[in-house]
Design a protein around this ligand. Structure first.
Ligand code: ATP
Length: 290
């Protein structure tokens, strides 16, 4: 048996870091959005009694440290199903170390695939609980759409869908470790009121102009990356309605109401960068394709 899942990337339309907790995690408040940039995760049953991984993308490990491996291992532990043997192939399109949840969404896809393969009928709520055990972004990737995330990012609340628009993504060749980014933010001592509240209000009003003037990310301010500033400069020059870094970076996105302007922006960015994508917001998370 073989199950194929489309695993979408996410962007953060807002990201406020509220405080560092005693357990080392951070409380955040952010709006997350899935977009139509997908890894394809294919899970195939075999008789090896092992979990094996293949992924032809530089820097992605194919051993136990791959998030997809951890997801499968946890699924078998949780359901007490004896693993007959599975192979997971990841066809990666989502840039890594981009703040786009590329690893988390692969893990989420594995849970969704195994739930189908072994007829376990776990409800979405349970799949999200399993996901939260191996990554704060995983529950969101399972469900997707437009959601307000609080706590360590795993307390999710659906909010109205993001208005139709074009999203240009650009990942400059600079990599950021999420741990380092949090350490920098701890030193910043942000005192501003959370931007997420304003953004959520704008989304309820379905006002794209208000939404795009409320995009914000604490990591972007703390990291202050030259490459991100350059990408945003190009996006604004191409008349983006609003632009921002996503997650702990280093990808940035620009929102456009005009397809023509978005396409022009893609061409302009491609003169300087390799990883540039034209996307749209989607209403779903990981989804079985066939
Ligand atoms: P996030 O938005 O969740 O912080 P990210 O874009 O910063 O994600 P990822 O692309 O998810 O970061 O991965 C970061 C690192 O995790 C990679 O450099 C890689 O070494 C490791 N990794 C483990 N499993 C995967 C996977 N399935 N896909 C991508 N990276 C993985």
């Amino acid at each position: 048996m073989e199950i194929k899942v489309n695993a979408p990337a996410k962007i953060n339309l807002s990201l406020d870091i509220l405080k560092r907790r005693a357990d080392g995690y951070h409380d955040v408040s952010m709006v997350m959005q899935t977009i139509d940039l997908y890894d394809t995760v294919t899970v195939t049953e075999n008789a090896s009694k092992e979990i094996t991984i293949s992924c032809d993308y530089e820097g992605v490990p194919c051993d136990k440290t791959n998030i997809a491996y951890k997801a499968a291992d946890l699924f078998f532990n949780y359901t007490r199903i004896e693993n007959p043997g599975i192979h997971i192939n990841i066809d990666k399109k989502i840039p890594t170390q981009a703040g786009m949840a590329g690893g988390s969404t692969d893990g989420a896809a594995v849970i969704v695939a195994l739930n189908k393969m072994f007829n376990t009928y776990l409800p979405v709520k349970t799949m999200k609980e399993i996901g939260a055990r191996f990554g704060a972004d995983v529950p969101f990737c399972i469900e997707g759409g437009t959601q307000l995330a609080t706590g360590i990012g795993t307390d999710l609340k659906k909010i109205p869908s993001f208005p139709d628009c074009y999203i240009v993504i650009c990942k400059p060749p600079v990599s950021v470790s999420t741990a380092e980014a949090y350490a920098l933010c701890d030193k910043m001592n942000f005192t501003h009121p959370p931007f997420t509240k304003e953004l959520v209000k704008a989304i309820y009003m379905r006002d794209i102009y208000l939404i795009t003037s409320t995009l914000y990310n604490d990591f972007e301010v703390a990291l202050d990356l030259e490459e991100v500033k350059n990408v945003k400069r190009i996006m604004y020059k191409c008349k983006s309605n609003g632009a921002c870094m996503t997650g702990s970076g280093s990808a940035a996105f620009g929102i456009f109401t005009s397809k023509k302007k978005a396409e022009k922006c893609v061409l302009k960015l491609k003169e300087q960068y390799n990883e540039v994508f034209l996307c749209k917001p989607v209403k779903e998370g990981c989804k079985i394709v066939d």
